[in-house]
Design a protein around this ligand. Structure first.
Ligand code: SF4
Ligand code: SF4
Ligand code: SF4
Length: 262
């Protein structure tokens, strides 16, 4: 992590998304004002139309790089920032707009726009496909307590990484039974915890919005799920937040490195 100025300049920007992660930041209320006392707020479009700065210590980027303007803005932000944070699943993985990666997107777009001549319809990718990302605050939306901790860590020049435990670790603390054991597809075993298992606590399956743990055992989860559901249903669950590719790639990498170490 770079050494920051006494009062680091921070810019929070949005690409294409619902801006829900910025709203989660606003939900910090009074605590946010206390945290921002330690920073020089350069940009935060949702709150105030501040003048763009020529330099940022920290750039916080929410959303997906979908349009040419988005991509240009993202690259410019990277160029003038010391440290770049991907904020939320859109920036980190692709999120729900990534569903179109798994269908014939050029055919589907015609249902919405009769004239598609000037409409960009790119594949949805994480911002890391375009720029170097120094840190990820995962989730759809983010956990705003994690955001607060990251900024306070930066203020103290001691950034810690988010704990690499699966949702299954937090799940028993908040709910009575396991959905997977009841025959419901749940991606909790391969998904990064930190959301206090909010979905399973409310009887909903985990669909992996916080992204994979560092060593997901996808084969084991797939074997379990295929005892009661089809592979297609399993893949469909992984497509909701766009984690399918990331999970498969990460799992393959782990298997390869384990094989090489034998
Ligand atoms: S990660 Fe979710 S809440 Fe955050 S901007 Fe994207 S869609 Fe909205
Ligand atoms: S419900 Fe899902 S997250 Fe919770 S313990 Fe079962 S598999 Fe894990
Ligand atoms: S339980 Fe899963 S889908 Fe729900 S918020 Fe947590 S990581 Fe995201």
């Amino acid at each position: 992590m770079p050494n920051f100025a006494n009062k680091p300049v921070i810019g929070i920007i949005s690409l294409t998304c619902c801006e829900g992660c910025q709203f989660a930041i606003l939900d910090l209320g009074k605590r946010l004002l206390e945290i921002f006392e330690h920073f020089d707020l350069g940009e935060f479009g949702l709150v105030e139309d501040l003048r763009e700065r020529p330099f940022y210590d920290i750039a916080v980027v929410e959303g997906s790089p979908i349009t040419k303007e988005n991509i240009k803005r993202l690259k410019e932000m990277r160029k003038k920032s010391k440290f770049l944070i991907a904020l939320g699943t859109c920036a980190h993985i692709g999120c729900v707009q990534g569903i179109k990666n798994y269908v014939d997107k050029d055919k589907k777009i015609r249902y919405v726009y009769p004239n598609i001549k000037d409409i960009d319809n790119p594949k949805i990718v994480p911002i890391s496909e375009y720029v170097k990302v120094d840190y990820v605050i995962p989730g759809c939306p983010i956990n705003n307590q994690e955001f607060a901790k990251v900024l306070l860590d930066i203020k103290d020049n001691q950034l810690t990484s988010i704990s690499d435990r699966p949702v299954c670790y937090e799940c028993p603390l908040v709910q009575s039974g396991c959905l997977l054991q009841k025959g419901i597809i749940c991606l909790g075993p391969v998904t990064l915890a930190g959301c206090q298992a909010i979905c399973t606590k409310n009887g909903q399956q985990c669909l992996g919005c916080r992204g994979p743990v560092s060593e997901p055992n996808l084969d084991s989860l797939q074997r379990k799920i295929e005892t009661f559901a089809s592979r297609e249903q399993f893949y469909h669950a992984m497509q909701v937040f766009g984690v399918q590719e990331m999970l498969i790639n990460q799992s393959a990498k782990i298997k390869k490195s384990k094989k090489n170490n034998l």
